[in-house]
Design a protein around this ligand. Structure first.
Ligand code: AMP
Length: 215
C-alpha cells in the first residue's frame, strides 16, 4: 500500500502515520523529519534548508524529491509507505509519479485531513514532544499524565519545534493554501482522494482512515 496523507501543518498527519506504522507495519516518509535530521546533522542540505524552514517557507522541490528518491530506494517494495508532508507542490506531485514508477509502486489512496485553520494555530502553538522518544504532547489538549514526565518513556526533557510559532505557522498555512491544496485536483481526477474530518478526536480520525484502507 502506498498512501499520501495530505493536510495543512499540524492537521495530525504525523500522529495518524504513527498509528498506521503500529497497526499495519508501514513506514512513514516525512520530508519534514528528513529535513530536520539534515539540519541537525549540519549536512549541505540541512544548511540550505534551515533558514527556509524557520521562515515556514518551502524547501526547493529538487531537494525534497531527492530525499524521497533515496528513501524509496531504501524501502523494500513489499513494505507499505505513507508519504507525510510530501508532495507539497505540483512539481513534487509530478516528481512523485516518476519516482513511484521508478521504484515499482502504485499510489493506493490520498487521504486529506480537513481542518479549521484558527483551531490549527491553537494546536501548533501549544505542542511539544519528548526529547527522548518523540511522543507528542500539547499544553492544553494533551498534557503528560504526570507533569514533566513523558507517559511513554519516562523522559523528563521536552522540546518544541522552532517553526511552531504563530508567525511561522501563518506562513506555513499560506504555503499550504497557495501551493499544496491546488495539487488535490490532480489526484481527484484519478479518483484517489478521500476526505477525513481532521478536527474529530484522534481515535475517530484513525477509525475513519482505517475504514478507507483495505482490511
Ligand atoms: P513538516 O514537518 O512537514 O511540517 O515540515 C516542516 C518544514 O520543512 C516545512 O515548513 C518546510 O519548510 C519543510 N518541508 C517539509 N516537507 C517539504 C516539502 N515536501 N517541500 C518543501 N518543503 C518541505
Amino acid at each position: 500500500m502506498t498512501l499520501i496523507l495530505l493536510g495543512p501543518p499540524v492537521a495530525g498527519k504525523g500522529t495518524q502515520a504513527q498509528r498506521l506504522i503500529e497497526t499495519r507495519h508501514m513506514v512513514q516518509l516525512s520530508t519534514g523529519d528528513m529535513l530536520r535530521a539534515a539540519v541537525k546533522a549540519g549536512t549541505p542540505i540541512g544548511r540550505e534548508a534551515k533558514a527556509i524552514m524557520e521562515r515556514g517557507e518551502l524547501v526547493p522541490d529538487s531537494i525534497v524529491s531527492g530525499l524521497i528518491d533515496e528513501a524509496l530506494a531504501a524501502t523494500p517494495a513489499s513494505t507499505g509507505v505513507i508519504f507525510d508532508g510530501y508532495p507539497r507542490t505540483a512539481a513534487q506531485a509530478e516528481a512523485l509519479d516518476s519516482l513511484l514508477e521508478k521504484h515499482g509502486r502504485k499510489l493506493s489512496r490520498v487521504i486529506e485531513l480537513d481542518v479549521d485553520e484558527e483551531a490549527l494555530i491553537d494546536r501548533i502553538e501549544g505542542r511539544f514532544s519528548c526529547a527522548s522518544c518523540g511522543a507528542g504532547y500539547h499544553d492544553r489538549h494533551k498534557k503528560p499524565r504526570v507533569d514533566g514526565v513523558c507517559d511513554m518513556c519516562g523522559g523528563t526533557t521536552f522540546k518544541r519545534r522552532p517553526d511552531d510559532n504563530a508567525a511561522t505557522v501563518r506562513t506555513r498555512l499560506q504555503e499550504y493554501r497557495a501551493k499544496t491544496a491546488p495539487i488535490l485536483p490532480i489526484y481527484e481526477k484519478r479518483h484517489l482522494v478521500a476526505r477525513v474530518d481532521g478536527m474529530a478526536p484522534m481515535e475517530d480520525v484513525e477509525t475513519a482512515i482505517a475504514a478507507l484502507l483495505p482490511a
